[in-house]
Design a binder for this molecule. Structure first.
Ligand code: SF4
Length: 341
């Protein structure tokens, strides 16, 4: 099979019922929306978004902790997307503190090297970004540098989604970028069809074809439709570095309760770089009050257009929830590409 057309024809031939597949990656959603892929899928196939945007799944309590650190006089270094995510009392963008947009942890360290002030890097991301942060911590950054670790691991959230059963999933299109680092051994525990997906429309179609085939044949395996980048073992060196510095911890995700072992905290050996410990800041649970349904979008049980605020009160210029802020957020992607169900 070569080319998107042939794959889509082959897919059409094997679809014999309804299937709901979830991807857990903002880049997958962007590729699907940009190419209009949903419009050419056979009627029975539904692709839903999961908790695949690191900015979106960062709960309000962590944004509030970042705001508290800014309030304590720390320079906050963060990715641009996080600036406009609302906390309980405004956003980093509007808090009046010294907030610097950086492209990565190395830039935050550079800021710390040039000042006597405390610099806190808001360290968000999945398994893809955590090894880079670990490498920086192992290089002994300056004493006035620390991180607020908001990292998350993908498999525990998938386990939660499957156990809870709310989204009635027939399988997962696994996040190619994450699997480059982690490999896909960890996913073999799940009793549903799974395929590691690339990011070109043809690669996503191939992933869907493989998922339908597995589902039809009653197989529950992890297959790899992105072999040019992903190995089953992943990047072991990166994972070793990650576990040298971090240990798993139980954390809340936006839209999810506390999920066991789904977060990463600095090991005690590196506690001097842990902003929560250094500045005695606590992450608190914040009850949701707005009409924003990001929580449901992140659990795969609602589409952005199901939200009554979508493209009315909530737009990319005036975002109400994190899914409209981040370029990996489903609402922003649907708004930018004028995407429909
Ligand atoms: S459209 Fe806005 S308010 Fe609605 S779910 Fe998306 S981010 Fe939240």
């Amino acid at each position: 099979m070569t080319g998107g057309k042939k794959i889509s024809e082959a897919l059409e031939e094997i679809v014999d019922r309804s299937y709901t597949f979830m991807h857990i990656c903002g880049t997958h959603e962007a590729a699907i929306a940009r190419s209009g892929l949903r419009s050419i899928l056979p009627e029975g196939i539904k692709i839903v978004m999961g908790p695949g945007c690191p900015v979106c799944i960062t709960p309000q309590g962590e944004i509030d902790a970042a705001l508290e650190l800014a309030d304590k006089g720390c320079i906050i270094a963060t990715y641009g997307d996080l600036m406009r995510v609302p906390g309980t009392k405004g956003s980093l963008n509007s808090c009046g503190g010294d907030i610097r947009v950086v492209q990565g942890v190395h830039k935050a360290v550079e800021i710390a090297q040039k000042t006597d002030k405390e610099v806190v890097f808001i360290s968000i991301g999945f398994e893809t970004t955590a090894p880079t942060v670990a490498a920086v911590i192992l290089e002994n950054p300056p004493e006035n540098f620390s991180i607020l670790s908001c990292h998350r691991f993908v498999p525990p959230a998938m386990k939660f989604l499957l156990e809870q059963g709310e989204a009635k999933l027939d399988g997962f299109l696994l996040p190619g970028h994450v699997c480059v680092v982690t490999g896909y051994k960890e996913y073999e525990q799940f009793p549903v069809p799974q395929v590691v997906g690339g990011f070109e429309p043809e690669e996503i179609l191939l992933g869907l074809y493989m998922l339908v085939k597995q589902a039809n044949e009653g197989r529950h395996e992890v297959e790899n439709a992105y072999p040019r980048a992903v190995l089953r073992e992943g990047n072991q060196k990166a994972m070793e570095m990650l576990y040298k510095v971090f240990e798993t911890c139980d954390v809340e995700w936006r839209g999810f309760p506390v999920i066991p072992d789904s977060g990463l905290a600095l090991k005690n050996k590196y506690k001097q770089y842990d902003a929560l410990k250094k500045f005695d800041v606590e992450i608190k649970h914040v009850e949701k009050h707005s009409a924003c349904i990001c929580d449901r979008v992140l659990r795969g049980i609602a589409d952005p257009s199901d939200c009554k605020l979508f493209f009315k009160a909530c737009t990319p210029n005036n975002p109400i929830g994190p899914c409209m802020v981040s370029h990996e957020g489903a609402c922003k992607i649907w708004a930018v590409y004028n995407h429909k169900k």
